[in-house]
Design a protein around this ligand. Structure first.
Ligand SMILES: C[S@@+](CC[C@H](N)C(=O)[O-])C[C@H]1O[C@@H](n2cnc3c(N)ncnc32)[C@H](O)[C@@H]1O
Length: 139
């Protein structure tokens, strides 16, 4: 993207609250790849227009994007999938701290191997794939 446009967009993205800022700092310090502000806000904008009742996210990491979606869409339920046990536990912890456990369900499974289980939580109105890039076609 053109640098001028990128800078303009970044300037207009609202500043994160202390809770989300803490997750951003944690992700940076521990090298957890969470969404960048511009792509995240683009996604949130699209979802805000669509207003999905239920979202499936593949790739929870520490729960950052799932919580951002839950924050933007208070009536939406989110099913999010993570195969790494340590990150799964951190996501559960963060979601509990935010008080969103009733709206975000985290599944500890591989998105492909666990597809049968995942599909029992459908149907989904939106699917956000943010797991291993090389496997997107399979996802
Ligand atoms: C880019 S991070 C997700 C970031 C998160 N969506 C956010 O922005 O807060 C990708 C995550 O997907 C997980 N992952 C990769 N391949 C997966 C698979 N096949 N099934 C489930 N999780 C997977 C990784 O362990 C990693 O935590």
């Amino acid at each position: 993207m053109n640098d001028i446009i990128h800078d303009y967009l970044l300037k207009h993205i609202p500043k994160s609250t202390p809770f989300f800022e803490e997750l951003e700092v944690y992700a940076k310090e521990h090298e957890v790849p969470i969404m960048e502000p511009d792509s995240l806000h683009c996604l949130l904008q699209i979802l805000d227009i669509q207003k999905p009742k239920r979202i499936l996210e593949l790739g929870t990491a520490i729960g950052y994007s799932a919580l951002k979606m839950a924050d933007k869409l208070p009536k939406t339920e989110i099913i999010t999938v993570e195969r790494d046990e340590e990150r799964f536990k951190q996501a559960i912890h963060n979601i509990e701290r935010y008080g969103a456990s009733d709206r975000i369900k985290v599944l500890l499974t591989d998105a492909i191997e666990g597809s049968e289980e995942i599909l029992t939580y459908g149907p989904f109105d939106a699917i956000f794939i943010d797991a291993a890039k090389a496997q997107y076609e399979k996802f």
